[in-house]
Structure formats: structure tokens, C-alpha cells
Design a protein around this ligand. Sequence first.
Ligand code: ZN
Length: 280
Amino acid sequence: MPAIGPNLGAMARSIWKRYRWDRIGLVTGTFSLMVIGLVAWVSPDVPPSEGSSAAVLSHPDAPPSVEPAGALPTSRRVEPQPQPQPEAEPAPKPPANIKPCSCNKSALKIPRNPYTAHRVAARNLPNSFFVKDKSGLDWGRKAGKLVPVEDGRGYHIAPLSHSHKALLPEARNVLHAIGNAFADELKGTPSEGALIRISSMTRTAAQQKALGQRNYNAIGEESTHSYGASFDIAFTDRPSNDVTCSDATRAIQKVLLDFQRRGEILVVPEGTCMHVTVRP
Ligand SMILES: [Zn+2]
């Protein structure tokens, strides 16, 4: 009996050892196959740039052109947000020999919104601040509260002497939308290509003072231009002298009325321009 004990013990140990290695082999093999299978399944779908964490963190507004076309099934793609109309169609400057069409209170029939309402709107826009002087303007630009404005579809900017080519982001977007609506309105007509002429945008308080203060009412002194919330439309420029002003004038009147009725803008028709303030 004492001789059997150690023999059985040795057998048991050897069996245990064999099973243990078998099991380790089985588990390792299965795990390896799973990993290989997983990698083989995932890798063809995910290009290196999209598979990194940077893809998750990247801004959804990134231009679609940087993504490889068709790299991911549409269900996995982050759809880019609708963008305000890009300035894809740069507006050619109208030739100097073409007479501009008036865009003022005599030419257009648009209800006047009280200037106090303009001021309330200007102060309540999300990025609004009072642009006191040049350093305030520079600060606003750096902080992204004032964005640069260049010529775009349906509008162009006259040389500015008492204001800067900058607006609050919301005001810039509305200007883009007005330009696009104006261009759309004239599409297919002889006046296609006419442009709205912007004669004023953001003014510092110092510029406003130098301009010779126009007092809209007795209470406040600040202009809504000093909040980056307003722009002036002084004229529309037709594509040639061969077309009358009637189409362009009708188009800008319709567009401004539409935006005003929809609550996107406030308007003061003035003697030399239409003063437009964007609403929050
Ligand atoms: Zn104005």
C-alpha cells in the first residue's frame, strides 16, 4: 500500500500537468484566433486617420474634403453641420461706369423699426460688446466676437472710411443670407449678378464721433454699429447700364421685407442707405 500511494500521486500530478497545458494551449489558441479575427474584421473599414482618437475629437465642421471619400459607411460618419453659405462665389467689383441704384428711404418701401429696438437687439446678441476704440476692436477680433467680412455672393463692400470690415458672427451670417437671397431673387433675370453695396459695418465709438453723431433719439448716444450688429446698404449695383434698376430695387426690397417679417433683422430706412441691425 505505501508503494501505490506515491505512484498514484505521480500519475495524478502528470495528468494534472497535461490537462493544465492543454487548457492553457486551448485558451491561448482561442484568444489568439479571436484577436486575429477581430483585427481582420475591423482593419479594412478604418483608415488610420479615422481610427485614432483624433477622429472622435475632431470638429464636425471640418471641411469634408479632408476625409477620404467613402472611407466609412454613411451610418458611422459624423455628418458635417450645415454651414453658413461660404464665400465660394467671390463677387466681382462692379465696373465704375455703371450707375448704382438707390437703396434708401425714397427708393424702398420698408417699415421703420424704432432705433431703441435696434439698440436692444444689438446689445442682446450673444457676442455683443461695445467697441470703444481700436484696441477694443482688436480684442474682439482675437476673441472671435468680431469676424472678418469680405465680398461674397450677392454683395460687395465699398471702401470703408469710418468703419471696419468686421461684424458679430450672427450679423455676418445674416449678411451672407441676405446676399444669397438677393442673388437667388435675380437668378435668370437680365439683372442676374447685381450686387448689394455695403457702405458701413463696425464702427468704434471714436469713428462714430468723427462721423458727426446722428442722433436717432435723445436718450442714448451709442450707435448699433459700435456693437458690430449693424451694416448699411447704400446701393445695389446692376451688372450693366443696359438693365434698369427696377429688378434689383424690387429684389432688395423683397429680401429686406422677408427678413424683417421673419424677425431676423430690424431696419431704419435712411436718406442715404438702409440701416440694418441683426436680431438675437
Ligand atoms: Zn447704419
